[in-house]
Write a protein that binds this ligand. Structure first.
Ligand SMILES: NC(=O)c1ccc[n+]([C@@H]2O[C@H](COP(=O)([O-])OP(=O)(O)OC[C@H]3O[C@@H](n4cnc5c(N)ncnc54)[C@H](O)[C@@H]3O)[C@@H](O)[C@H]2O)c1
Length: 272
């Protein structure tokens, strides 16, 4: 129970990787603020944590909405007495498109959630993190920030490169407040949404070609890495980017551009 007595906010905590992170942090004793846009999702994860003996507070908020983030910070401090850990997990991806076909609106929306959203969350939570005289910010990036993404479009790739820059800059800026800032870059991670959107055949093909350890990550495995960076064992780690990807970044893999282009064409033809 390494995080006993600590309070963590997990954005997008009601589903997918955010749910995995919330559950692992709660297992380690943290009070978890499960934040997301959908009440049913954040409440369901909070109920599951409480039924397991943990502490959770569901909060409906949107990382693009400043007022909702200020209200989230206030509610978290009132309920748990302070904030020690901010996990910026909420992120979106539009339908995959070649740059020439990418609607500008999609660029704005993806950058608005994945990058501006993290900046807004940090800005809203920092006064409370600073008040404790220590803190952890852990940003969920992507291996797309280190190698071209094989699923997403240029907007997603750029947003995740931005997360790395934001992580580096804040690590330097906040070090004298003893706040560490790191990113975790998941490789392909199995979530209910991924299982609904990608056929098992496509997933197996990509895994076989690109993942040396032979399978995709689980949501909980991303949570374990977050838990480590949030713990006292990681006090001297800041400004780092940790890939949890089954080894994808060790090699160049295959050139999947033909596969990616075909998938983009298939998605567009299906009217998405
Ligand atoms: N699943 C993967 O293979 C994978 C790989 C690399 C990186 N990632 C990153 O991990 C993070 C989580 O992805 P996931 O696969 O679990 O996705 P997901 O869609 O299953 O979950 C994302 C969560 O974020 C929430 N969210 C979206 N926009 C929001 C907003 N404006 N305000 C508040 N909450 C919002 C959603 O409601 C949802 O709960 C994302 O940042 C994603 O880019 C995922």
């Amino acid at each position: 129970m390494e995080l006993q007595g600590k309070t963590a906010i997990v954005t997008g905590g009601g589903r997918g990787i955010g749910e995995g992170i919330s559950r692992v942090l709660a297992r380690e004793g943290a009070n978890v603020v499960v934040m997301g846009r959908h009440a049913n999702e954040v409440e369901a994860v909070s109920v599951a944590i409480r039924e397991g003996g943990g502490h959770a507070l569901p909060i409906v908020a949107d990382v693009t909405d400043w007022d909702s983030l200020k209200a989230m910070t206030k509610a978290a401090v009132e309920h748990f007495g302070g904030i020690d850990i901010l996990v910026n997990n909420a992120g979106i991806e539009g339908p995959p498109r070649l740059a020439a076909d990418l609607p500008v609106e999609q660029w704005d929306e993806v950058l608005g959630v994945n990058l501006r959203g993290i900046f807004l969350c940090c800005k809203a939570v920092l006064p409370a993190l600073g008040a404790r005289g220590h803190g952890r910010i852990i940003n969920i990036g992507s291996i797309a920030a280190h190698r071209m993404t094989f699923f997403g479009s240029v907007d997603y790739t750029v947003s995740k490169y931005g997360v790395e820059g934001l992580t580096q800059h804040l690590a330097w800026e906040l070090a004298d407040q003893r706040i560490t800032v790191n990113s975790i870059c998941p490789g392909g991670t199995v979530t209910p949404l991924m299982e609904a959107n990608i056929t098992p055949a496509f997933r197996d093909m990509v895994t076989k070609r690109l993942v040396p350890l032979g399978r995709m990550c689980t949501m909980e495995e991303i949570g374990e890495a977050v838990s480590f960076l949030a713990s006292d064992r990681a006090q001297m780690i800041t400004g780092q980017s940790l890939a949890v990807d089954g080894g994808i970044l060790t090699g160049f893999g295959e050139d999947l551009r033909p596969v990616v282009r075909k998938r983009m064409a298939d998605v567009a033809a299906a009217g998405h």
